[in-house]
Design a binder for this molecule. Structure first.
Ligand SMILES: NC(=O)c1ccc[n+]([C@@H]2O[C@H](COP(=O)([O-])OP(=O)(O)OC[C@H]3O[C@@H](n4cnc5c(N)ncnc54)[C@H](O)[C@@H]3O)[C@@H](O)[C@H]2O)c1
Length: 348
């Protein structure tokens, strides 16, 4: 397998280093081969060269089996142009329409919800990843004046809504799950989200063994806190999925714990921790590498290396149980040491 590595900015570099070390340990333990190519695309690279992503950049990414990204975002690039081209651009250009974000609590002590344990917090969020409010359609008129008008339009297509909802049902079916919940705001966003309503009912009718439920997104946020155990699979649009998975990450112990995949089934896909570049932590060896390492596990699972992926997840779980972890989740280790603990657990 050939993997492109984009460490990116801030703590992205530190957590990526740990994820790559863990992947090398997987090779050692399982005797399989992964080849890594590190790409320098980042804020530093942009500031030095003026290039966010080279002209052939997306084609280059397509030539790999998978892409791993640390995080992108730097205060020296206030408009985040490089992150938009590298991350959002790749999502759009490689048509990575599934944003898969598992919300899985590993240890009760990490959950801020009173009395909730791993059995209550274990669901998958599927966020539509190529449409919605993130397409950048809109504009500003009379910008910077008191007459300014700013328009940002949300794009919903039948194809886009259909394929993410179908993916959520297929995921549930493949795992023997019985519930899929769709969240929208169709009571207020009566055009775009009427499409979500229609397609959800249409797709659900093809999965009689799965119970379809629906919440408006505001109610979903409330029920995630009050009764997370009712959820198995949640499917929603780009913006709402972005927001509720940060909420989900807090159930897991914080942003440092959450993993994600940007997937087009059967094609080159991109894996990254949910968190950003956390500039205040950059270079301090304090960032939690678990979100990145769990994203590497998700990458292997998606590539069909299920045994290797499960071994990484088991190693992460063991270090969490043993409290061989970073400070944000109650340990005392640095980023590199927490990564080393996971590698040691992986080698048994
Ligand atoms: N996918 C991405 O690359 C991505 C995602 C979100 C934000 N960003 C970018 O990152 C930059 C910072 O954004 P932000 O501060 O809103 O979000 P952030 O996720 O970088 O950090 C928010 C806070 O979460 C905590 N945190 C995040 N990751 C952690 C980790 N691994 N270990 C321990 N604690 C962790 C820290 O307290 C941090 O201050 C911005 O430029 C933003 O655009 C990038």
């Amino acid at each position: 397998m050939n993997i492109a590595i984009i460490p990116g900015d801030g703590i992205g570099r530190e957590v990526t280093a740990e994820a790559v070390k863990v992947l090398r340990t997987v090779q050692e333990r399982f005797g399989k081969t992964l080849a890594f190519e590190t790409l320098p695309w980042s804020a530093d690279h942009f500031l030095q060269s003026g290039i966010t992503i080279p002209a052939n950049g997306y084609d280059l990414l397509r030539s790999f089996d998978a892409v791993f990204v640390g995080a992108l975002g730097d205060p020296r690039v206030p408009d985040n142009r490089h992150a938009r081209d590298i991350l959002l651009g790749t999502r759009f250009e490689l048509d990575l329409y599934v944003n898969y974000r598992p919300v899985r609590l590993l240890d009760e002590r990490l959950c801020p919800l009173k009395g909730r344990g791993p059995a209550d917090v274990n669901f998958a969020v599927f966020r539509e990843n190529t449409e919605g409010l993130y397409v950048g359609v809109g504009g500003r008129f009379k910008a910077g004046t008191e007459d300014e008008v700013a328009i940002q339009e949300e794009l919903n297509t039948y194809k886009g809504v259909h394929r993410i909802i179908r993916h959520a049902f297929e995921f549930a079916r493949a795992r023997g799950l019985t519930k899929v919940c769709m969240a929208d705001k169709s009571n207020a966003m009566t055009h775009g989200h009427a499409l979500w309503q229609r397609v959800f009912k249409e797709v659900a009718s093809g999965y009689p063994e799965i119970h379809p439920t629906h919440y408006y997104i505001d109610a979903l946020a409330m029920y995630m806190v009050l009764d997370p155990g009712q959820f198995q699979v949640i499917v929603t649009n780009n913006l709402f999925g972005d927001i509720i998975t940060d909420l989900g990450a807090t159930f897991q112990g914080g942003l440092g714990m959450a993993a994600s995949g940007n997937i087009h089934p059967g094609r080159t896909s991109l894996f990254e921790p949910v968190h950003g570049s956390a500039p205040k932590f950059a270079g301090r060896n304090v960032a939690n590498p678990i979100g990145a390492i769990a994203s590497a596990a998700l990458m292997l699972e998606t590539l069909g290396w299920t045994e290797e992926s499960a071994a990484i997840d088991a190693a992460i779980l063991q270090t969490v149980k043993d409290r061989n972890v970073t400070q944000d989740i109650g340990g005392s280790l640095g980023t590199a040491q927490a990564g080393d603990a996971i590698r040691a657990a992986l080698l048994g």
